[in-house]
Write a protein that binds this ligand. Structure first.
Ligand code: PRP
Ligand code: URA
Length: 214
């Protein structure tokens, strides 16, 4: 299965507050951080550990540690930045790359305006973060761009996905695992996720009074 949906009453509870049009910027940001922690935790289930020996106060033991240098986190600007704090709570030493994309408002096609990755990106597992997977165009373009740079292992973490977005990634990049908090009902005519949470970037940065109408 290349799609994992957090299915948990706590997540439904947090999403209910996040989605609510009356939730303010501070609480919205905090909830994005909290949900991102859970997404990251789940996405690390297959992490390979390096063997090590440590000494507890009572005896020596063989155990495993994570080499955080093996990972890079890539938020899709702007809204993806809202998830960085949560991700770094789980792997604080992960290197961070940035890709800037916006959706053309008429075609909904992603347009790249910024791209900067950490050195040796091709040797790292890359975790792409973006709260919204709508048509899937932005995430798919990001994955293609990273593959051009030689990245072999990529995961995609998002908070709210649409069925079309999930299908788009499965079709374009069947090797990429998707972790999301929820898959919503559908896309609106304007390619907004329904019921969704509105425009994630605007809600994280407080740039509009209300999310756009559908
Ligand atoms: C939003 C969102 C995703 C994209 C999803 O960003 O954060 O990047 O739309 O849509 P898609 O799956 O149809 O490509 P937006 O383009 O609104 O830019 P912003 O983050 O700067 O607000
Ligand atoms: N981008 C958003 O921020 N929200 C949507 O519903 C779709 C794309």
């Amino acid at each position: 299965m290349n799609e994992f949906v957090l299915n948990h009453p706590l997540i439904t509870h947090k999403l209910a507050i996040l989605r609510n049009v009356n939730t303010g910027t501070k609480e919205f940001r905090e909830l994005v951080t909290e949900i991102s922690i859970f997404l990251m935790y789940e996405s690390m289930r297959d992490a390979k550990l390096e063997e090590t020996t440590i000494e507890t106060p009572l005896e020596k033991m063989d155990t495993g540690i994570l080499n955080e240098d093996n990972y890079a986190v890539v938020p899709i600007l702007r809204a993806g930045m809202g998830m960085v704090d949560g991700i770094l709570k789980v792997i604080p030493n992960a290197k961070i790359g940035h890709i800037g994309l916006y959706r053309n408002e008429e075609t909904f096609e992603p347009v790249e305006y910024y791209y900067k990755m950490p050195d040796g990106i091709e040797n790292r597992e890359v975790i792409i973060i973006d709260p919204m997977l709508a048509t899937g165009g932005s995430a798919s373009a990001t994955i293609s761009r990273l593959k051009q740079d030689g990245v072999a292992k990529i995961k995609l973490l998002c908070i709210v996905a649409s069925p079309q977005g999930v299908q788009c990634i499965k079709d374009d990049h069947p090797d990429v695992q998707i972790f999301c908090a929820v898959v919503d009902r559908e896309l609106s005519e304007n390619a907004y996720i329904l019921p969704g949470l509105g425009d994630a970037g605007d809600r994280i940065y407080g740039t509009k009074k209300r999310s756009p109408s559908n």
